[in-house]
Design a protein around this ligand. Structure first.
Ligand code: DAH
Length: 342
């Protein structure tokens, strides 16, 4: 076969393959196959030396033209395929600028946690350290060591979630008192925040779980006067103004004497309003001097040491601050409610 015929045949082969090609990859393969260093075009070039010197320039030009044509056809198809593949991709990835954007909401601190954090911060500023106790605890820590008599009504099945005879969900954060006394010796200034549980009917005013904060101070010569002064300072800091406190005798098994602490209503200054139910006072916490029996259970000698303690709910001050009418709203995870507390 003459060189001219070979060129003609190769051109036909090439055009046939080009005709069958559909993808970018196909055209790329053809280009490599025909124009590569070991491909047929290069082979023809090598054959040039067999041509007579007269024919050689013409044959050389023919092969060169063929090469230029091949390259042009390949490149043309390759760029066409590239455009088409980009078009396809773009049509799949297309963005619709008329779609409304997706809003990203910033997380916020839950209002109850805001009160909790603020309270802890104040007490840390007054020299208290934070201790967390277990939510799942034994009757011993929740009741017995806190001087609850075996037949005390607070142990009643109606109030306490018992798991069995021994284990329960703590009904107050006072359980941290004993745990801490067992681990550390006085002086102790501790604040114990956390979740507590009581088996009550869920309503606008009560829930089966709520949050409390227990604080206590044990050292030599801690007196009733220290408790009063601490209450005045603490409640003034928390409520953001110099408050008037009032102490009423009350009973809690783990303190003697026991008190209930009232703060003169910060909304009406004692005149009587809806917030204080016309009484002029807000009940804010229970408190008292830690009972010698409790100190003994914590391996602390009541002859040498004394202490005071107070325990408060966290939901209630939050409700007072924001005038929330239904305690259940705290735990419904409704963003319309939660987003109102920046
Ligand atoms: N633990 C009590 C309760 O849950 C609150 C309390 C009252 C805590 C008096 C105290 C205290 O430390 O002294 O109702």
């Amino acid at each position: 076969m003459s060189l001219s015929e070979k060129i003609k045949q190769l051109r036909q082969e090439f055009l046939a393959e080009l005709n069958d090609a559909v993808s970018f990859k196909d055209f790329e393969n053809i280009k490599v196959k025909f124009l590569g260093k070991k491909g047929p075009v290069q082979a023809l070039m090598l054959e040039l030396k067999n041509s007579s010197p007269e024919e050689r320039p013409a044959h050389g030009k023919q092969i060169n033209d063929l090469k230029v044509e091949f390259i042009a056809l390949c490149d043309e198809n390759l760029s066409r395929m590239k455009l088409r593949e980009m078009d396809e991709r773009l049509s799949q990835e297309a963005i619709d600028p008329t779609l409304p954007g997706r809003r990203h909401y910033l997380g916020r601190m839950h209002p109850v946690m805001q009160t909790m954090d603020r309270t802890i911060e104040i007490l840390m500023g007054m020299g208290f350290s934070v201790r967390l106790g277990p939510e799942l605890d034994t009757d011993y820590y929740n009741f017995e060591a806190l001087n609850f008599a075996p037949d005390h009504p607070a142990r009643d099945m109606q109030d306490t979630f018992y798991l069995n005879n021994e284990w329960l969900l703590r009904t107050h954060t006072s359980n941290v008192q004993i745990h801490t006394m067992e681990e550390f010796s006085p002086p102790l200034r501790i604040v114990a925040p956390g979740r507590t549980f009581r088996n009550e009917t869920i309503s606008a005013r009560s829930h089966v779980f709520f949050h409390q904060l227990e604080a206590f101070y044990i050292d030599r010569n801690v007196s009733f006067a220290d408790l009063f002064a601490t209450m005045d300072e603490f409640w003034s800091k928390l409520l953001g103004e110099k408050v008037v406190t009032r102490f009423r005798p009350s009973y809690f098994p783990f303190v003697e004497p026991g008190l209930e602490v009232d703060v003169r209503c910060t909304a009406c200054r004692g005149k009587g309003c809806r917030l204080c139910k016309q009484s002029g006072w807000l009940e804010v916490c229970g408190a008292g001097m830690i009972h010698p029996n409790v100190l003994k259970k914590g391996n602390i000698d009541p002859e040498q040491y004394s202490g005071f303690a107070w325990g408060m709910g966290i939901e209630r001050p939050t409700i007072l601050q924001h005038d929330i009418r239904d305690i259940r709203m705290f735990w419904q995870n409704d963003l319309r409610f939660l987003s109102q507390f920046p």
